[in-house]
Design a protein around this ligand. Structure first.
Ligand code: NDP
Length: 456
């Protein structure tokens, strides 16, 4: 940390006690932007950094609902409207028992810079609940989503704050929330993204985050001088949800091979590769049957399955040898320093973060020190929110673009994000450091908008 940002970081620690994920996300950005602040004293004078680390608004609410046994349940609901300087607040809703202010503040803060990098007019927001959809019936999930929206509708709007999905929130949950919003507000507009195409969703949105992470990896590999990109590369993927599934799909289409996927219980190693047919099985298993990834190993021959730390050497997907690209696509801090070292030792050349902040800070530093092309989540997984931005545009225009049109635009956006991060890193004397490049480029856009709008 530098002399400008150090006291601000200390204040963040003081004001946001017991929120380590938020501290980690702020530290990563503040660590990067000191050179930009030295170049732009007007940002320092206007207190931009003090303001950018403080959410504009934090909303907490109660979500009461009745389970299938007729018993009243109470969950907590949150929406964090972190910064709206460059556009309506935008960011997903996460349903997971671990959800609390610290996780949502980290996600909303990351989202701000990510959204700036897409080049689209979207501010940073995030929300969610400590509700666990696992093991709940469709009826329970619906009643929960309806109760959540009965409160949340007061604070969101298509031109003000547009939530989307995240962990635990897919098409089913978005549908229930949208239905309740429409019923209460008597309007049909794009207040949520990630909708199904039948009622205003964008084609290509389910694919967007995973595809974007693969396109970002492809650009990083090409920037290293390897024009083949993903073709013939063996890849490690974690998670088996939305991001992981479409990461595997595009790697396959580009001629690469994924040999791992995981869930919160364990991971599989399939040396033959998770081909199109096996991926269809995973999609059905996870999206329809809502089963466990261990079932994959029972279904296909030659597949190993382990729970975490069960095997003496292969403690997680990150210890599996023989790969050159890694896509952490499950959750925050899923790659620790020891795993980072294992990846480097096994010859990984590029890491593209499909998840948000999946690598611990020391691991990020290690990758950069070892000259691994490391695409931080706020750049590498920006394809999801970029396509949400395209969904907002289509809703405002009352038009629906073809899948090719959407994915064509997304591909260009990912190339632009890569080039912006790459060139900004070079400009600030850190060639190849996508963390510095993405943080500074995202920061400059938001800071300029905040400066122009005065002290608000
Ligand atoms: P899903 O809920 O569809 O999938 C999450 C996957 O991660 C599941 O396989 C889940 O396993 C696994 N997982 C969750 N927690 C853990 C854990 N503690 N340890 C190991 N595995 C875990 O979520 P998404 O695919 O949408 O999101 C994944 C990541 O990508 C998140 O970090 C999210 O913030 C980020 N992201 C998502 C975007 C999107 O468009 N969806 C956009 C940008 C970022 P299980 O099945 O057991 O629950």
């Amino acid at each position: 940390m530098g002399k400008i940002t150090d006291p601000i970081y200390k204040q963040v620690l003081e004001r946001n006690k017991h929120e380590p994920e938020f501290h980690q996300a702020v530290k990563e950005v503040l660590d990067s932007i000191e050179p930009a602040l030295e170049k732009h004293p007007e940002f320092v004078d206007a207190g931009i950094v003090e303001r950018i680390v403080e959410p504009e608004r934090v909303i907490h609410f109660r979500i009461p609902w009745v389970n299938d046994k007729g018993k009243v349940q109470v969950n907590r609901g949150f929406r964090i409207q972190f910064n709206g300087a460059i556009g309506p607040y935008k960011g997903g809703m996460r349903f997971h028992p671990s959800v609390y202010d610290g996780i949502l503040k980290f996600l909303a803060f990351e989202q701000l810079f990510k959204n700036a990098l897409t080049g689209l007019p979207m501010g940073g927001g995030k929300g969610g609940s400590d509700f666990d959809p696992k093991g709940k019936s469709d009826g329970e999930v619906m009643r929960f989503c309806q109760s959540l929206m009965t409160e949340l509708y007061k604070y969101i709007d298509a031109d003000f704050d547009v939530p989307a999905g995240d962990i635990g929130v897919g098409g089913r949950e978005i549908g229930y929330m949208f239905g309740q919003y429409r019923k209460i507000k008597n309007v049909f507009h794009g207040v949520l993204t990630g909708k199904a195409p039948e009622y205003g969703g964008s084609l290509g949105r389910p694919e967007a985050t995973g595809y974007g992470a693969v396109w970002f990896a492809e650009e990083m590999i090409k920037a290293r001088g390897d024009k083949a990109g993903i073709k013939d590369k063996v890849c490690l993927v974690s998670g088996s949800g939305n991001v992981a599934q479409f990461t595997v799909e595009l790697v396959n289409k580009l001629g690469g091979k994924c040999i791992t996927i995981s869930d919160s219980t364990g991971f599989i190693i399939d040396k033959a590769g998770i081909d199109k047919k096996k991926l269809a099985y995973v999609m059905n298993l996870k999206n329809v049957k809502r089963g466990r990834i261990s079932e994959y190993a029972k279904k296909y021959d030659g597949v190993e399955y382990y729970t975490y730390n069960e095997h003496k050497d292969l403690k997680s997907p990150w210890y599996v040898p023989g790969a050159t690209v890694a896509f952490p696509s499950a959750t925050q801090n899923e790659v620790d320093l020891e795993e980072t070292k294992a990846l480097v030792k096994n010859g990984i050349i590029a890491v593209s973060e499909g998840a948000n902040m999946p690598t611990v800070s020391e691991g990020v530093d290690y990758f950069i020190e070892k000259k691994i092309s490391f695409g931080p989540g706020k750049a590498a997984n920006a394809g999801g929110v970029a396509t949400s931005g395209l969904e907002m545009s289509q809703n405002s225009l009352r038009l629906a673009w073809s899948k090719d049109e959407v994915l064509g635009r997304l591909h260009k956006i990912m190339i632009n994000i890569h080039d912006t991060a790459y060139k900004t890193a070079e400009e600030f004397g850190q060639p190849g450091n996508y963390v510095i490049g993405a943080n500074i480029a995202g920061f400059l856009k938001v800071a300029k908008a905040m400066l122009a709008q005065g002290v608000i």
